[in-house]
Design a protein around this ligand. Structure first.
Ligand code: PSV
Ligand code: MN
Length: 398
């Protein structure tokens, strides 16, 4: 058995190093194809989104980067946006391209049968790489909506060849210290076939591209019942787990608060990260094994900044529990074939109330022990609701 005091100290040290990246789109309005409800104080531009993200970092201390989505976060001057981020205490994280909101993409983007449409989709990534250079971002993230609705609609194999070729062209645009991360999703919008439906397809494309291409695992992009921690294990073994998009799948695929639907699953996922020593802090080597803990969420009915704070603290709770697993005792039980004993070790850690540990962590970082209460007491929400009057509120897809 490992000494509890030293496990606790090690857990605190690791939690101090952990960072979670926030998506700019979490601060805009979102909803369903039926209705998007506006909320007072919603940002009108990328500057205001970054200001809101900076609040999450100010109160949690572990969310120092904001991921942008192009063209949703188009501005005239990216140096100015990066300077605004720095002044607010955060940095620009991943740049997400957009392959799903152009008339040309009706039959696909990087897989489209028409070479001109593919060229347009590739060129969009050159624009994203320029944004990376101007903001200091090191990661380009791709999610494709490409797929077909009907058997025979297009040639499945040709689409893979076109995809491989388009990805090669995008990879060639990157600088040496950049990496490309490629997301998969088993459904949506097409359900008959999706061009990157699973981790295996994403991994095959990444392997063909080179060592700076990694897979993004969005927790909401799996069929119910999928053992996601097993996928985590495989991708880490291959050195190709680049990032998570954390969210909860209570609502179609994704986008609700991480840890809301299944905190035990989140714990099991993070345990595999911890077990593989992959809780690596920034800055990571572009070809290395650092995993970006990113959120991919929208807040439709709950308040947005508190929704992000809750997601961050849920991930911290899962991480703290994973760090408390007595790995020596677990290995001993596993090797002895002690099924119930091994299960007990894991469940003991999961059942631990880690909130006092996290309160201690925050106080040691000069923060309030309760970020949610501290944010509420700050008056920021009332201030932005009063100030942000007029203009057009930002929204997912807008
Ligand atoms: C669509 O499923 C999606 O949520 C993907 O997960 C992307 O990461 C995100 O949109 C932003 O493009
Ligand atoms: Mn995602």
């Amino acid at each position: 058995m490992t000494d509890l005091a030293s496990t606790r100290e090690r857990a605190l040290a690791a939690l101090r190093e952990q960072t979670i990246e926030l998506p700019s789109w979490a601060f805009g309005n979102s909803g369903t194809r039926f209705k998007v409800f506006g909320t007072p104080g919603t940002p009108r531009d990328p500057f205001e989104k970054i200001s809101d993200a900076a609040q999450v970092h100010a109160f949690t201390g572990v969310a120092p980067r904001v991921s942008l989505h192009i063209p949703w976060d188009l501005v005239d001057d990216y140096e100015k946006l990066a300077a605004h981020a720095a002044d607010s205490g955060v940095a620009i994280g991943m740049i997400n391209s957009n392959l799903f909101q152009d008339d040309a993409y009706k039959f696909g983007s990087l897989t489209h049968p028409d070479p001109q449409v593919r060229a347009k989709a590739v060129a969009h990534h050159a624009q994203c790489v320029d944004v990376m250079r101007a903001t200091g971002s090191k990661e380009l993230k791709l999610w494709l909506p490409d797929g077909t609705n009907y058997p025979g609609q297009d040639d499945l194999r040709d689409r893979q060849e076109r995809l491989a070729d388009s990805l090669q062209q995008i990879y060639a645009l990157l600088d040496e210290d950049h990496r490309l991360v490629l997301e998969y999703k088993f459904f949506e919008p097409a359900f008959y076939h999706t061009d990157i439906p699973d981790w295996g397809t994403s991994l095959l494309h990444c392997l063909a591209l080179g060592e700076r291409a990694k897979v993004v695992l969005d927790t909401g992009h799996h069929a119910p019942g999928t053992n996601i921690e097993f996928i985590v294990v495989q991708l880490i073994r291959a050195g190709r787990l680049g990032a998570f998009d954390f969210n909860s799948r209570f609502y179609a695929d994704d986008d609700l608060m991480a840890g809301a639907a299944d905190p035990f699953q989140l714990f099991r996922i993070v345990y595999e990260i911890v077990r593989s020593n992959a809780l690596t802090p920034q800055p990571w080597d572009p070809a290395g094994t650092g995993v970006n803990f990113m959120l991919d969420q929208c807040h439709n009915v709950e308040e947005k900044i508190p929704g992000q704070i809750r997601s961050v603290t849920n991930i911290q709770q899962a991480t703290a529990k994973a760090l408390l697993v007595d790995r020596e005792a677990l290995t001993a039980a596993q090797r002895a074939g002690d099924v119930l004993g091994a299960n007990d070790v894991l469940m003991d850690a999961y059942a631990t109330d880690v909130r006092p540990l996290l309160a201690e962590l925050r106080e040691s970082m000069g923060l309030d022990a309760d970020p949610m209460a501290a944010f509420k007491a700050s008056g920021y929400a009332a201030r932005i609701a009063a100030e942000r009057v007029g203009g057009r509120q930002a929204g997912w897809g807008a």
